[in-house]
Write a protein that binds this ligand. Structure first.
Ligand SMILES: Cc1cc2nc3c(=O)[nH]c(=O)nc-3n(C[C@H](O)[C@H](O)[C@H](O)COP(=O)(O)OP(=O)(O)OC[C@H]3O[C@@H](n4cnc5c(N)ncnc54)[C@H](O)[C@@H]3O)c2cc1C
Length: 565
């Protein structure tokens, strides 16, 4: 048996299914990008195969009562050894696997989760909860330090049902292991949607979104999944924590928020009641060009502070426009959109475009009008055309394109943050400068750093930086990884040092832990460690992430571990 997973088999080494293929046009795009970066080879590299890895035998035997739940097939162990960050990809392409899980468990129900945690606690086995494995900060790598007997990756894929729908309160009870597309498929017959679309939607789960406080579809107002969590149920080694279903509550610190963002260190989220939306029927969108980035930023600030709350308000700086090939490939571009299930959006768009004109933004009036008419007639084509459509296509396909480029020697990575408006200008310039300098220092060659806003608030934007560099012209992936480490540490340092958050929505995991320690007040971290000690007294849950278990010093593990060369 290749895998005990019941899902279509995923590539263990990268993004997508084993059956996915690149289109010839995409291969040409990737080859063009490789040539521009200075990569010597012209053909795409051959992905790793399972037989190229020699996995050590599992260090422990699971209890016979749970035998069906556990898998040690090479495919399952390999596909749970890493998440999907640059460092994960490059280590896979380099056939470098320091921390494969001893076992992968696929519990069919909550009782099995409880049994696995009981067994792991007794046997000193570290348990790494696993949703879709799309973590880009080392959240699922079983790099747990040396004080555990073995590691188990606990995959929630069998908890994948929409269990109950409450139409009156527009909410549903949903199991944590469900993937984005399955969740939306099951809500559709009810005319409802969660409308949470991270870029990783296809391969990430409700439970993963909740515990990483993922950022989704809405650029303003309901930016994080937290807004949609009505109540949540979490299995911990000390018992079950289940919060009450309430539309709102002012009773003390919010237990939902305590669980959201816990990244698998406090317990295993098995299900949640989620607040849903009616499916939108009205839409309006516009692609706006600016002659300068400063005017564009001021315009976005005005929009964010206007109370119009656009659904989409993504500003691309000139480097990002060039990188994604959007619009004229030069001018800062704002992708602006509104949607509603209830009302026509002409007045909102009209007022937003007045603000846009105040800041010198230019757009195609006829295309905006067509977008509203297309939505009203049920035809969505207009929303798929133009700069917005081009950006969306690149957005969805980029993870597929990244893998072969990484295998050929490119460094391609992103980092994201948030900062108040008063500090944005200095921050943006300073971060770009520092990361460009780090790329030059680490690789000996200049790279490119671009930025877009993924989310915006009345008090500040969430800038999302993408950088590309030549790690190694001839595909020496150990050099790529070493250079990436230097750049990543510099990015963590400049973002937090200049007053931004270490993460707006990608989570802390292992790779952002030093930034989290810089950002979260020391006494708060002590309180969190004390809460962990109460819920996870033996410290078996996801060691290395967020805070050390009391009595064990795990520290920084994974891709940025200090002992790495
Ligand atoms: C191409 C790409 C695009 C991305 N785009 C976005 C984006 O737009 N917005 C965004 O917010 N993030 C994005 N991410 C990051 C990632 O998808 C999110 O962090 C996502 O929420 C992780 O969900 P997952 O189910 O894959 O969780 P995993 O990666 O499996 O796990 C993430 C963390 O949560 C823990 N965990 C998972 N499930 C549970 C559970 N049921 N109970 C307890 N702990 C659990 C894990 O131990 C780990 O610490 C992107 C990643 C990639 C690769």
């Amino acid at each position: 048996m290749k895998s005990k997973s019941a899902r279509p088999l995923r590539r263990f080494w990268g993004w997508g299914l084993e059956s996915d293929e690149l289109l010839p046009t995409e291969i040409a795009i990737i080859q063009g990008m490789m040539a521009r970066l200075g990569i010597a080879r012209r053909t795409l590299p051959t992905p790793p195969t399972e037989s190229e890895f020699s996995l050590p035998a599992p260090r422990i035997t699971p209890p016979s009562s749970l035998e069906d739940t556990f898998s040690d097939t090479p495919h399952d162990r390999l596909s749970h050894a890493y998440g999907k960050s640059f460092a994960d990809a490059v280590r896979m392409w380099n056939r470098d696997l320091p921390n494969p899980p001893d076992w992968v468990a696929f519990p069919p129900d909550e009782q099995a989760v409880i049994d696995i945690l009981d067994w792991a606690g007794r046997e000193n086995v570290a348990v790494v909860p696993y949703g879709g494995g799309s973590s880009v900060c080392g959240g699922v790598e079983p790099a747990v330090g040396s004080s555990y007997r073995a590691t188990v990756s606990l995959d929630l894929e069998r908890l994948n049902y929409v269990v109950e729908v409450d139409r009156a309160s527009r909410s549903a009870r949903i199991q944590a292991g469900i993937l984005g597309p399955d969740l939306e498929r099951d809500l559709r017959p009810h005319g409802l949607t969660l409308r949470h679309y991270p870029q990783s939607f296809q391969f990430s789960t409700l439970g993963g979104w909740i515990v990483t406080r993922a950022g989704g579809h809405y650029a303003t107002l309901h930016t994080h999944i937290d807004e949609f969590v009505q109540s949540v149920r979490m299995i911990t080694p000390a018992g079950v924590v289940e919060t009450r279903r309430l539309p709102g509550s002012g009773a003390g610190p919010d237990p939902n928020q305590f669980i959201a963002g816990s990244e698998g260190v406090l317990g295993v989220v098995t299900e949640a009641w989620m607040r849903l939306q009616d499916r939108p029927t009205f839409r309006a969108s516009a692609s706006i060009r600016f002659s300068g980035f400063a005017a564009a930023v001021n315009c976005v600030r005005a929009l964010a502070q206007s109370g119009l709350n656009p659904t989409n308000c993504r500003l691309l700086d000139p480097a990002e426009v060039a990188w994604t090939g959007v619009g004229d490939g030069r001018s800062p571009t704002l992708v602006l959109g509104f949607e509603s299930a209830d009302h026509e959006l002409r007045p909102w768009m009209k007022r937003a475009l007045e603000l846009v004109r105040d800041f010198g933004g230019e757009y195609d009036t006829a295309a905006v009008e067509r977008s509203m008419q297309a939505a009203a007639s049920g035809a969505d084509d207009e929303h798929r055309r133009g700069a917005a459509g081009a950006w969306r296509d690149a957005f969805i396909r980029m993870p597929y394109w990244r893998d072969p480029m990484v295998g050929a020697g490119a460094i391609l990575d992103t980092f994201e943050t948030a900062i108040t408006w008063d500090r944005f200008d200095d921050f943006y310039g300073g971060v770009r400068e520092d990361v460009e300098a780090a790329i030059l220092q680490a690789t000996g060659r200049p790279g490119s750093v671009s930025c877009r806003f993924t989310h915006v608030y009345p008090d500040g934007p969430a800038p999302y930086f993408t950088y590309s560099a030549l790690g190694s012209p001839d595909g020496d992936l150990a050099s790529s990884l070493a250079a990436w480490r230097e750049i990543k540490l510099a990015a963590n340092e400049t973002v937090t040092g200049r007053g931004g958050t270490i993460t707006h929505h990608h989570a802390v995991g292992r790779d952002h832990r030093s930034g989290y320690e810089h950002e979260a007040p020391p006494l708060f971290r002590e309180a969190l460690a004390a809460a962990k000690a109460r819920l996870d007294p033996r410290g078996i849950l996801n060691p290395g992430v967020l805070v050390d278990p009391v009595g064990r010093s795990v520290g920084i593990t994974g891709a940025l571990a200090p002992h790495n060369p």
